[in-house]
Ligand binder design. Structure first.
Ligand SMILES: [Zn+2]
Length: 106
């Protein structure tokens, strides 16, 4: 166990509660949808399932995320600001034509 993992309080990799696969310690980023739009949180110590890619956080990490959310993700504390493109599917959905009568669906 490295000094880093001790200071971060990271336990040995737990098993994924969803699929039972072993998880790997990783530093991840995630997006939260907040009232004023999405915010990105980086440098999150997490355990990532190698099978379903679900991310799990230790209690201390979850507490830090909760505190950040409770303070409303203050913009002045953000490490960086980015602009993101926003797309709409309006007008992009191509409806499939009806299947021919002789089409065998089995
Ligand atoms: Zn899993």
């Amino acid at each position: 166990m490295s000094l880093d993992s001790i200071s971060l309080g990271v336990e040995p990799p737990p098993v994924c509660p969803h699929c039972g696969e072993v998880t790997t310690a990783a530093t991840v980023r995630t997006t939260f949808w907040f009232d004023e739009g999405p915010v990105i949180v980086e440098d999150i110590p997490a355990h990532v399932c190698g099978s379903c890619m679900e991310q799990f956080y230790d209690d201390d990490v979850g507490d830090a995320l909760r505190r950040l959310a409770e303070t409303g993700f203050p913009r002045e504390e953000a490490a960086a600001h980015i602009s993101v493109p926003v797309f709409s599917l309006s007008g992009r959905i191509r409806r499939r034509g009806r299947l021919p009568d002789d089409c065998d669906l089995d």
